[in-house]
Design a protein around this ligand. Structure first.
Ligand SMILES: *Cc1c(COP(=O)(O)O)cnc(C)c1O
Length: 386
């Protein structure tokens, strides 16, 4: 096949990337000092309408910081999704806590109904704390992931967290730019509606710094605590006094330079994601045993990843991926469920049927922000030939 390879999701550096990175190099501020980190934090904070955003070196470290500032610790339990990337859940283990895996709804995100069913059946309130009756552990938080840029049902999840005294942590690593367009949370951005929220700027995300992340919180002192922990918990700059165990989770000035240029283009990227999504939807939804899964109502999604759902049982997920590969097109299955991964096989689970179905039948198809109509047409043609 001599046709050009079509990747799943690659970065798009059509803006001021080279200029800003060059500025950083020329200034010799290439590491964790320099003005661009603070500038990038301010610009992200402004974009998501938060007073403060704290930069870090990955979404994963951001999620670790979020668990620490929320005070999730040894012996605690956290309700967590299973249909997601494992980096969302590992930070629960980093702090010595355990996830309880809850299934999804049709948004692909955690189902508030299933979470409530599990909480009602398996926990009781003791001294204002939600306690797992079987393990005796404090169920301290609920971690929700806004999968593929969709919005989880935050209104219901917040009510649930209130009822059971759980902290709400949002993994918005895939959902920068997703917000409510109506209802009680109109205008609110994914990642800004719980106790802490995290974004990622990994290479495959909507905007990238190569690697990087950002933490936001509705508790001002939590955001500052995240900054403190991410910068070696230095209590006194000159004397090298440290008041707790810190981390080197800092973003570099070089990375922030890239991020500033990327953020300038974010709305254009999202518009392109929408255009290509609409194209796939028109060409493939309801055709040849395929569906293009919708995003939630009442939101503006960033439409980061597109989900081709293999409705007709004659389609085999891995055969579809192999077929596309033969046509020079990269695609991928949705993640293997986290409760099936080696180190999570013994964790409690509830209501995973729908997650298992989506795991078996979703193929993510090319969605780069520089994907052309011609490329998308090739993807469509290859799929319709199945
Ligand atoms: C990308 C991603 C992460 C981790 O972000 P990194 O920046 O790659 O560390 C965490 N959770 C989810 C759901 C992700 O998609």
């Amino acid at each position: 096949m001599s046709e050009k390879f079509i990747p799943l999701s690659v970065p798009n550096f059509a803006g001021n990337e080279k200029e800003y990175v060059n500025e950083a190099v020329v200034s010799e501020w290439v590491s964790t000092g320099g003005s661009k980190v603070g500038e990038f934090e301010e610009k992200i904070a402004e974009y998501v309408h938060m007073p403060r955003a704290v930069a870090c070196n990955s979404g994963t470290s951001g999620l670790h910081l979020a668990m620490m500032i929320a005070g999730v610790g040894r012996g605690d339990e956290v309700l967590a999704p299973t249909l997601t990337f494992i980096a969302a859940v590992n930070p629960i283990r980093y702090v010595g806590a355990e996830p309880v895996f809850i299934g999804c709804d049709d948004s692909l995100c955690m189902s508030p109904k299933l979470a409530e069913e599990w909480l009602a059946a398996h926990t009781e309130m003791r001294d204002g704390k939600c306690v797992n009756k079987r393990t005796g552990a404090h169920v301290k938080a609920l971690l929700v992931v806004h999968v593929f840029g969709n919005m989880a049902d935050i209104i219901s999840l917040r009510a649930l967290c209130e009822k059971y005294s759980l902290l709400l942590i949002e993994d918005a690593t895939e959902a920068l730019g997703t917000y409510y367009t109506e209802g009680a949370l109109k205008g609110k951005m994914a990642g800004t509606m719980g106790d802490a929220g995290v974004y990622s700027f990994n290479g495959n995300k909507l905007i990238t710094t190569g690697a990087g992340g950002m933490v936001v919180s509705n508790h001002a002192d939590w955001a500052e605590h995240a900054k403190h922990l991410s910068t070696q918990a230095k209590a006194d700059e000159l004397q090298f006094l440290h008041d707790e165990i810190g981390y080197n989770y800092r973003l570099t000035n070089l990375q922030a330079a890239l991020g500033l240029a990327q953020l300038e283009q974010i709305e254009g990227f999202i518009a392109h994601k929408h255009e290509m999504y609409d194209f796939y939807k028109e060409q493939l939804d309801g055709k040849n045993g395929f569906r293009i899964l919708p995003f939630a109502e009442g939101i503006r999604s960033n439409k980061w990843f597109y989900s081709l759902y293999l409705e007709d049982a004659r389609h085999d997920r891995d055969a579809v991926i192999e077929h596309l590969k033969k046509h020079g097109i990269q695609s991928r299955p949705v993640w293997a469920l986290i409760n099936e991964q080696a180190d999570y096989a013994r964790n409690e689970t509830y209501g995973l049927e729908l997650a298992q179905d989506y795991r078996a039948k979703i193929v993510n198809i090319p969605c780069s922000t520089n994907l052309t109509k011609e490329d998308a047409q090739r993807v469509v043609d290859a799929l319709l030939a199945l």
